[in-house]
Write a protein that binds this ligand. Sequence first.
Ligand code: APR
Length: 237
Amino acid sequence: MPKKRIAVLTGAGVSAESGFATFRDSGGLWEKYDVQEVASIEGWYRNRALVLDFYNDRRRQLADAKPNAAHYAIAELEKDFDVDVITQNVDNLHEKAGSTRILHLHGELTKVRPEQGLYDRTYRTDEVIDIGCGEVHLGDLAPNGQQLRPHIVFFGEAVPNIEKAIEIVSRADILLIVGTSLQVYPAAGLYRYAGNQVPIYIIDPAEVPVHDPRITHIRAVATKGMEEFKKYLRNQK
Ligand code: APR
């Protein structure tokens, strides 16, 4: 009997209990930094050093960050289900917790790549370099001689993995959404690609901006919500 497929879409909330600030909660990152200055393509071309510092700072935080029980519970789903994690997060906590199929929609903090000319944003995947929790500064060049930039999808850039994410959600038997305000597209629209009969579970302590008869909102933090989600799964067996 093939295992049921679970697609898990995560956002900053799944890493909140690992000590990472989310973006839009009170005290979130976008309260401290101007997102247009540090996380948009225009901000990059306006002030590369500021953007490099912002991501160097977030990479430093990653050095001793640990997955929390929610990351581990998501990884453990793989024992009984065929699991794909689609994350908006750029941290590597799903990897550290042992999830084996992870699709990063907004890039990865530990990776950098050559900056392309203003009108040529393409890059080859073999040009992506993993620097772990290291730093990148102005003048640090890629082998092709171009300035290295964060391997992050800046606001204003395309989301190359969105088609793959749509394919994963459209074939899922269960969709689980953990810790995202569902305000940033195209990620926020992914749930609409789940089949009409597919149950959708959303784990979030706050109200969520989507209303759909397939949705069960587990109003809790990720670590507690995952315990409740596992009860739903046991009842579905
Ligand atoms: N457990 C679960 N959810 C939580 C927790 C927690 N402990 N704490 C906060 N949350 C929820 C908040 O209620 C909110 O719905 O996590 C969500 C965080 O929302 P955002 O801060 O908007 O983060 P996210 O949805 O991941 O942002 C999407 O925006 O800035 C861009 O690229 C960035 O990937 C990010 C994207």
